[in-house]
Write a protein that binds this ligand. Structure first.
Ligand code: ADP
Ligand code: MG
Ligand code: ZN
Length: 495
C-alpha cells in the first residue's frame, strides 16, 4: 500500500538507531513593552478585540510607523545576553504576503541586514554540555489573530482580532546544531530562561509570548550532508515541541526506509490527533518579495545606547547560579533547581533574607514548595505561601517549637488556606512537646505496659528501642521532640 506523507510508519528501534536527527529552531519572543513596535497602542493581553489598534498597526494608507525605543533596547539586550554580535547597521524589510490577520499586507521584519548575528548558548542534556550556535536575531512585528467558531455543516463564523498586530517580537534563529527532541527541549528551556531573567520577554507560552518553529531533517549516522528538512510551525508549548519532533523524526525515517523521499514543506502539529500534517509547500524567501521598508530608518545603535544596554543588563541565569553557590553554600543541585526561574530564585533569596538558614530554605523550597505548586498546577508567582510566612515556619522548626514532621503538615495547611503558620500551629495543637516531665510519664506508662519488650531490651535486643520510640511518637501524635524522647527512654530502660 502506498504510504502518504501524513501517516507515520512505526519504525523499529534498531532502524531508528541508524539515523540521526538534525534540528534548528526559529524562536519568536514577544518583547516586554507597554506599547507596540511602531505605534503607541497598548500591548496588554486580553483587551477587548480590536480595541488596541490605530491607523499605523492597521496599515491604513498614509500612516507612518516609528520604532519603539524600548523594543530596540530589549532586542539589543537579548542579543548581548546570547553572545551575538550587534550589527552596526540593520534594516527593517517588508515581508509581503496575504492573510486575513495581516491588514498591512506585509509583516515588518528584518531580512538581509538583521539586528545581530552569531552567538550561542550552552545547553545541558543527560549530564553533557553542548553549545548551540545562533545564526541571527532580528526584530519584527506580530500579526493578528483569526478565531473560527461553529462546526462544519452548521453556521460558521470567523472573527479577526487585530490587537496583536504590530506587537514587537524578536526572532532568534539557531544553526542546525540540535540532534534530538531532548536537545531541542533543553535549548528552548535555556533560551526561555535567559529571556525571562533579562526581562526581555515574559515568555508566557499560553498567551503566545513565546512560540517556536522547528526545522527537522534526518540522515544516516555518519552521513556528512544534511537531509531535506520540514518545518513544523507555531509550537507554543514544550510538550508540543517534543511530541511534534518525535513524531516528525519517526515519520521521516519511515518515509526514507520505505524508499520515499522527504518533501520540503511546512507542517502543522495537530494536537488532537497527535501528528504533524502538511500545511503548505515550502515557501522561499523570494516568494515574499522582501524589500527595505521605506517608512523606517535603518537601525544603527549609538555607542551610548549600547553602553546603557550593557549597564542595565540584569543578572543572567548562569551568574545567578554561581552567586547562590558562593553566597549560601547550598549544593549545586539545589542551586540549579532554585535558579530554574528567576521568580523561584527571588523567592529563595527573600526567605533567606528573612532569617532562614539557606540550607533549610533550599530544602523546603525544592521539595515541599515545588511539590505543592506542581500538584496545584500553580506558578510560583501565585504561591499562596509568602516568603515571610515560609521563613516564619522554618524559624518555628529551627527553634524546636514544632517538629519537622509537623512542619510539613503546617506547610500543607498554609498552602491550602494562606493562613500564617502561628495560627495553624495553635489551632491544630501542633506545638512540640519538649516538656521532659510529660514525655517521661508517657514513657513510664509504656514501659509498664510492655514488660516483655523491656526484658528483651535489657537482654541486648537493641531493636526493641525503636519500638518504644515509635510508641511514644504515636502517643504524642509525632509532636514529641525526638532527642528528648531518646534521652528519657535510654534512662528509664536502663533503670
Ligand atoms: P529557510 O531558508 O528554509 O528558511 P534557513 O536556512 O533560513 O532555511 O534555516 C531555517 C532554520 O532551519 C534554521 O534554524 C536552520 O538551523 C534550520 N535548518 C537548516 N537546514 C536544516 C536541515 N537540513 N535540517 C534541519 N534544520 C535545518
Ligand atoms: Mg527561514
Ligand atoms: Zn497601533
Amino acid at each position: 500500500m502506498a504510504r502518504t506523507t501524513t501517516e507515520a510508519a512505526r519504525v523499529a528501534p534498531e532502524v531508528m538507531a541508524r539515523y540521526e536527527a538534525v534540528i534548528g529552531l526559529e524562536v519568536h519572543a514577544q518583547l516586554q513593552t507597554e506599547t507596540k513596535a511602531f505605534c503607541g497602542c497598548s500591548t496588554k493581553f486580553g483587551a477587548a478585540p480590536n480595541s488596541n489598534t490605530c491607523p499605523v498597526c492597521l496599515g491604513l494608507p498614509g500612516a507612518l510607523p516609528v520604532l519603539n525605543k524600548r523594543a530596540l533596547e530589549l532586542a539589543l539586550r537579548a542579543s548581548l545576553a546570547l553572545g551575538c554580535k550587534i550589527e552596526q547597521r540593520s534594516r527593517f524589510a517588508r515581508k509581503n504576503y496575504f492573510y486575513p490577520d495581516l491588514p498591512k499586507g506585509y509583516q515588518i521584519s528584518m531580512y538581509e541586514l538583521p539586528l545581530a548575528t552569531g552567538g550561542g548558548i550552552e545547553i545541558e542534556v543527560a549530564g553533557e554540555t553542548k553549545r548551540v550556535r545562533i545564526t541571527r536575531l532580528h526584530m519584527e512585528d506580530d500579526a493578528g489573530k483569526s478565531l473560527h467558531e461553529g462546526f462544519p455543516d452548521s453556521d460558521r463564523w470567523s472573527h479577526i482580532d487585530f490587537n496583536r498586530c504590530g506587537v514587537p517580537l524578536v526572532e532568534i534563529v539557531s544553526e542546525p546544531d540540535l540532534r534530538s527532541a531532548a536537545q531541542a527541549y533543553a535549548y528552548l528551556t535555556t533560551l526561555k530562561q535567559i529571556l525571562e531573567y533579562t526581562e526581555v520577554s515574559d515568555c508566557n507560552m499560553e498567551e503566545g509570548s513565546l512560540r517556536c518553529d522547528a526545522n527537522v531533517s534526518v540522515r544516516l549516522r555518519g552521513e556528512p550532508r544534511f537531509g531535506t528538512k520540514t518545518e513544523v510551525k507555531n509550537l507554543n508549548s514544550f510538550r508540543y515541541l517534543t511530541h511534534a519532533l518525535e513524531y516528525e523524526i519517526e515519520r521521516q525515517i519511515g518515509v526514507l526506509e520505505s524508499g520515499g523521499t522527504i518533501v520540503q514543506e511546512t507542517r502543522l502539529w495537530n494536537v488532537s490527533l497527535g501528528r504533524t500534517e502538511p500545511m503548505r509547500s515550502k515557501e522561499f524567501a523570494h516568494d515574499y518579495r522582501y524589500f527595505p521598508d521605506p517608512d523606517l530608518l535603518p537601525v544603527s545603535p549609538s555607542d551610548a545606547m549600547l553602553r546603557d544596554v550593557r549597564h542595565s543588563m540584569p543578572e543572567l541565569p548562569a551568574e545567578r547560579t554561581a552567586r547562590l553557590l558562593a553566597d549560601y553554600g547550598i549544593t549545586p543541585y539545589d542551586a540549579g533547581v532554585l535558579t530554574s526561574t528567576r521568580a523561584l530564585a527571588d523567592y529563595f533569596e527573600a526567605v533567606v533574607k528573612r532569617g532562614s538558614s539557606p540550607k533549610a530554605a533550599a530544602n523546603w523550597i525544592s521539595v515541599e514548595l515545588l511539590r505543592h505548586l506542581k500538584d496545584a498546577g500553580q506558578e510560583i508567582s501565585a504561591c499562596p505561601v509568602s516568603p515571610s510566612a515560609l521563613a516564619e515556619l522554618l524559624g518555628s522548626i529551627e527553634q524546636g517549637e514544632i517538629t519537622s514532621a509537623s512542619g510539613k503538615k503546617v506547610f500543607a495547611r498554609m498552602f491550602s488556606t494562606g493562613k500564617p503558620p502561628a495560627e495553624i500551629i495553635a489551632a491544630e495543637g501542633l506545638r512540640q512537646i519538649t516538656d521532659g516531665g510529660a514525655i517521661e510519664r508517657i514513657v513510664r506508662e509504656l514501659v509498664s505496659k510492655h514488660p516483655e519488650n523491656v526484658a528483651k531490651y535489657r537482654s541486648g535486643n537493641e531493636g526493641v528501642f525503636q519500638f518504644f520510640v515509635g510508641q511514644v511518637m504515636r502517643e504524642t501524635r509525632r509532636q514529641a521532640n525526638p532527642q528528648t524522647v531518646n534521652e528519657i527512654l535510654k534512662r528509664v530502660l536502663a533503670e
